[in-house]
Design a protein around this ligand. Structure first.
Ligand SMILES: [Zn+2]
Length: 104
């Protein structure tokens, strides 16, 4: 069991998305998804849910979980999950089957 850094609920690793921080040249740590769980370094776990990402961002939980001291950029994650306030960009190949994750 792992704890979601957003809602703080425990879930099995298969329900949670692993994310890692990748430091870029300008000192910003970009949070990238690691669905295959193969990337080196410290990872954090999060429900693949924009609401949990928003919670994690608001509480600065990602930076803390990933031991990032500087600026955290969850851009790639936000692109993947969308935003909870309706601005969710849904990739064309996922339209109409957004419930896949919960039914499997
Ligand atoms: Zn969560």
């Amino acid at each position: 069991m792992r704890t979601c850094v957003g809602c703080r609920k425990q879930a099995s690793t298969s329900e949670l998305l692993r994310v890692v921080a990748v430091e870029s040249e300008d000192g910003v740590s970009v949070i990238e998804p690691d669905p295959a769980r193969i990337r080196p370094g410290r990872g954090a776990h999060l429900h693949p849910d924009p609401a949990c990402l928003a919670l994690a961002e608001r509480r600065r939980a990602l930076g803390r979980a990933l031991r990032v001291t500087g600026v955290v950029d969850p851009g790639p994650l936000r692109e993947l999950l969308g935003t909870p306030d309706g601005g969710a960009p849904v990739p064309p190949d996922q339209q109409g089957r957004t419930t896949d994750m919960s039914t499997r």
